[in-house]
Design a protein around this ligand. Structure first.
Ligand SMILES: CC(C)(COP(=O)(O)OP(=O)(O)OC[C@H]1O[C@@H](n2cnc3c(N)ncnc32)[C@H](O)[C@@H]1OP(=O)(O)O)[C@@H](O)C(=O)NCCC(=O)NCCS
Length: 376
């Protein structure tokens, strides 16, 4: 998709100007510096929004329950002699997580963080500025006692690994759908959900995940198990994002945020990514027994396909598909023939999940429920 005309183009990069850590100030951005940073990084990330629309989206996200009141801190390096000259920037959002493993004495709910939107002004690239910013940020989060951090790399595995981040595998299922709306009805026995309904389900889900971790802690295996909690605030952050973008790009409000089975034991939530033209599954939950689970997950996937079809979005994306998701998707593919195509793959081009433990400690970590809800 071609960027809007009022956006700066990364193809017309300015000449590089020398910079080094002694010439920059590391700080939390003022509201004005935040806007300057967004206007700068919009060159990479605004499209297909205009720069002004993109800045509006970022402002909206900064006011969500997850990010407001210091939930997201906007760190920058600016030029020592000019606070308006942004050199590098990134965002650090607080996250709740649960850990079970050596040293936790049962399972423990703790604080973590997510780093996103790492960016260097094109005038100052390849001079170690992003690396310097991240080292300073890492010192800050370690000092405040966060257990560990997450980021999703769009620039491969090398850059962040050098800074002490451990990259993880990226299995995903991409289901293509083709055909008119009649080919993808919302299946019987499924109810569509609005944001409030998803938030209520998240509250129960958080408790269930905490219980799951208590059980894990009771059977120690020497590894550190972690999960970022699927909190209502986390989901509303995604809903604020597509809730901002969809009316602009499609002149249409988002109504449905997910679906649940009639018995209430299984649910799914999704994000409409019109930029990538994918319906991204935030989370799939089923508290059914094994056989019932497959049937429930199948109905939920069909509901997601119906939503994708309704928005004329040709793909449904599931991160870390469980066995039930894989089996259910395969059954759908068998039944719907050429209307559905499935690709099980590893993502290498973007969103590579990476973790860093406090003080760069090296641990063998098992990451549970590494689904799209945790992305930011
Ligand atoms: C990625 C970025 C933040 C690096 O900033 P920087 O200040 O130039 O970074 P540093 O000087 O500390 O490190 C440069 C390293 O990053 C690597 N890098 C930059 N862009 C990269 C990319 N797209 N893919 C892989 N590596 C990349 C460089 O190759 C260089 O590695 P080298 O030291 O082996 O030569 C900057 O290029 C940028 O803003 N890019 C656009 C936004 C973006 O993609 N952000 C990352 C989101 S996960």
């Amino acid at each position: 998709m071609s960027p809007s005309s009022d956006q700066p183009q990364e193809t017309t990069l300015p000449p590089i100007e020398p910079i080094n850590p002694s010439l920059v100030t590391f700080t939390i951005a003022t509201p004005h510096q935040r806007i300057l940073s967004w206007r700068l990084n919009g060159a990479s990330w605004a499209s297909p929004l205009t720069l002004d629309q993109y800045v509006g989206r970022e402002q909206t996200l900064s006011e969500t329950e997850l990010s407001a009141n210091g939930g997201t801190l906007y760190y920058i390096l600016h030029h020592r002699d000019d606070p308006e000259l942004i050199i590098s920037a990134c965002e650090v959002t607080s996250k709740r997580l649960v850990i079970a493993g050596p040293g936790t004495n049962g399972s423990k709910v703790g604080n973590g963080y997510a780093i996103a939107s790492v960016f260097t002004n094109p005038r100052f690239r390849n001079q170690g500025m992003a690396s310097y910013l991240l080292k300073r940020v890492q010192e800050e989060v370690d000092k405040r006692g966060d257990e560990c951090g997450v980021l999703y790399s769009d620039i491969g595995r090398v850059f962040y690994t050098r800074l002490g981040w451990k990259d993880f595998r990226t299995p995903q299922l991409l289901a293509g759908i083709e055909g008119d709306a009649t080919a993808f009805p919302v299946p019987e026995g499924v109810e569509l959900l609005n944001e409030d309904q998803v938030r209520k389900l998240c509250e129960d889900d958080v408790k269930a995940v905490e219980e799951e971790f208590s059980r894990l802690a009771a059977a120690p295996d020497g590894k550190t198990h972690i999960v970022f909690l699927p909190t209502p605030a986390q989901f509303s952050w995604h809903f604020a994002r597509d809730g901002y973008v969809c009316p602009i790009l499609r002149n249409r409000e988002v109504q449905w945020r997910g679906a649940r089975t009639e018995d209430g034991l299984a649910w799914i939530a999704w994000d409409h990514d019109l930029r990538e033209k994918k319906l991204k599954i935030l989370r799939i939950v089923s508290r059914h027994s094994a056989e019932e689970k497959k049937k429930a997950v199948k109905r939920l996937l069909l509901a997601a396909m119906a939503e994708a079809r309704d928005w004329d979005v040709p793909k449904v994306l599931v991160w870390e598909p469980s066995e039930e998701v894989s089996v259910a998707a395969t059954e759908i593919w068998r039944e719907l023939g050429p209307k559905v195509s499935l690709v099980f793959e590893e993502r290498e081009d973007g969103s590579i999940p990476s973790l860093r433990w406090q003080n760069g400690e090296n641990r063998e970590v098992v990451w549970h429920h590494n689904e799209y809800y945790g992305w930011c």
